[in-house]
Ligand binder design. Sequence first.
Ligand SMILES: *[C@@H]1O[C@H](CO)[C@@H](O)[C@H](O)[C@H]1NC(C)=O
Ligand SMILES: *[C@@H]1O[C@H](CO)[C@@H](O)[C@H](O)[C@H]1NC(C)=O
Ligand SMILES: *[C@@H]1O[C@H](CO)[C@@H](O)[C@H](O)[C@H]1NC(C)=O
Length: 551
Amino acid sequence: MGNFTTSSILLLFLFSSVVTSLPLSTNSRWIVDDRGRRPLSTCVNWASHMEPVLAEGLSKQPMDTIAKRIVSMGFNCVRFTWPLYLITNDSLASLTVRQSFQQLGLLESIAGIQANNPSIIDVSLIKAYQAVVSSLGKNNVMVILDNHISKPGWCCSNFDDNGFFGDKYFDPDLWITGLTRMATLFNGVTNVVGMSLRNEPRGPKQNINDWYKYMPKGAEAVHSANTNVLVILSGLSFDRDLSFLKNQQLKLTFSGKLVFEAHWYGFSDGQTTWVKDNPNEVCGRVETYMMNTSGYLVDQGYPLFIGEFGIDQSGANVNGNRYISCFLGVAAELDLDWALWTLVGSYYLRDGVVGLNEYYGAMDYNWCGARNSSFIQRISALQSPFRGPGLSEAKPHKVIFHPLTGLCITRKSLVRPLQLGPCTNAYPWSYSPQKTLVVKGTRFCLQTDASGTSVKLGIFCTGSNSKWETISDSKMHLSAKLRDGKSICLDVASDNTIITNGCKCISKDNTCDPSSQWFKLVDSTRSSTRVERSLLPYLPGKGLVPNHLVG
Ligand SMILES: *[C@@H]1O[C@H](CO)[C@@H](O)[C@H](O)[C@H]1NC(C)=O
Ligand SMILES: *[C@@H]1O[C@H](CO)[C@@H](O)[C@H](O)[C@H]1NC(C)=O
Ligand SMILES: *[C@@H]1O[C@H](CO)[C@@H](O)[C@H](O)[C@H]1NC(C)=O
């Protein structure tokens, strides 16, 4: 680094946030707005399908305050859950919010709602649901209406009788009636951009034939009632399996609105898989599974929406901690639209517990602020698109993403070593067939001299110390060889500088955590990239550096 003497000038490229022009539609694998630009739906799940059938948290904070907090955490969209019976069961639909809570004996919540959201306490449950959608709309938050379950309550298990067509609480005709009513009710409500037709199909009755029999019926019903909304369809086995679409295409009368949905948690692959097996091996295995069951759809030109993912944000669950680094790597690489589970800091009532704390919640217990701001920081890299229609001012390049921190490789100035920083300032790289990582538009390549020291940028790029292979089962270690032939891996020091170290957890060891060495080379056309002035002479004069920043 010391070779560079030029004073560094901070080149800040400021984003102006682009207003999304609704409605949304699809363009091949991308969800785009009315002007063909990709808004990236970075959603958070807000539950309104539990026994009281009211959006959670309204006893703690005014809905407008919650909407503003959603925006301040970087989300632009809510996957808003609803139980089918909200719109099909008259005795439920006619209840006021107060009556619904009275029936459940939730008197403290009533007082809280009265204090924080007095305008909804004596309106019907469906009016309260509409009021929340409208409040989100005033704050420019898009909404996906998610039919989460039929009978209000916590979801989901294989044996809750809400799992599949024909289950006790899942009558296909009633479902279509409900979807039609909901689509009609929200026709003309601009910020309602999509409907997720049924959450996590599952259980002993699930089968592919009935999926093909009923899902298109639901999709057509929604589209006839409301041509604006995206129609979002979930796979089998708790939204884990859309592999059957390889063999049999879905036939619909309309186009440009179909999106598929998948869910992916740490426990999806077993409660302790990530703890008892080697994390590199598990990550490779579950990524292969995901690509084979849903991820392949993007290569076939279908948008894929990860409708649920998340972890215990206290950091107490090792299984979840290991999974989330793997998940974030895959989600960045595929540049998917997604919804975090969950917004909810605490529930009015869940599993019989009043005021249950939700450790997966983005909000804290009292819905005052982020439960874990470092987690929100970490997912923020995925809150703007890396690529896709409407944002390609830069030529295609790679950014090097570090899922453990949610940061990317960049540099504060030329006299400073390479380090992690916000992905909006990521260095642009090209990854050559010779496996060199060259700063795009320059001759400088990434190289290492010794284990335990900072990596550097050099111009003699033919040695093994400049040749970076993606190794291990996870393919997330970037490994080069020192002059003595020893393999080392890219790593991060405690001050966030990029160093190399011996490669971690490459063997079958399950006790070690490789995630500090996990990086993903992510395709990007973001134009936000910062390249220092002294590197500019090496630039071809177009492409990454906007003209007004040159000279
Ligand atoms: C309608 O909802 C009420 C109250 O939750 C419930 O008791 C009743 O069984 C439901 N009716 C149907 C037909 O599902
Ligand atoms: C991919 O999915 C198919 C089912 O569509 C299955 O038969 C096959 O074994 C899977 N392959 C892998 C590598 O998981
Ligand atoms: C936030 O998450 C990190 C990483 O898992 C953890 O170490 C930290 O304790 C969490 N903070 C809070 C306030 O839960």
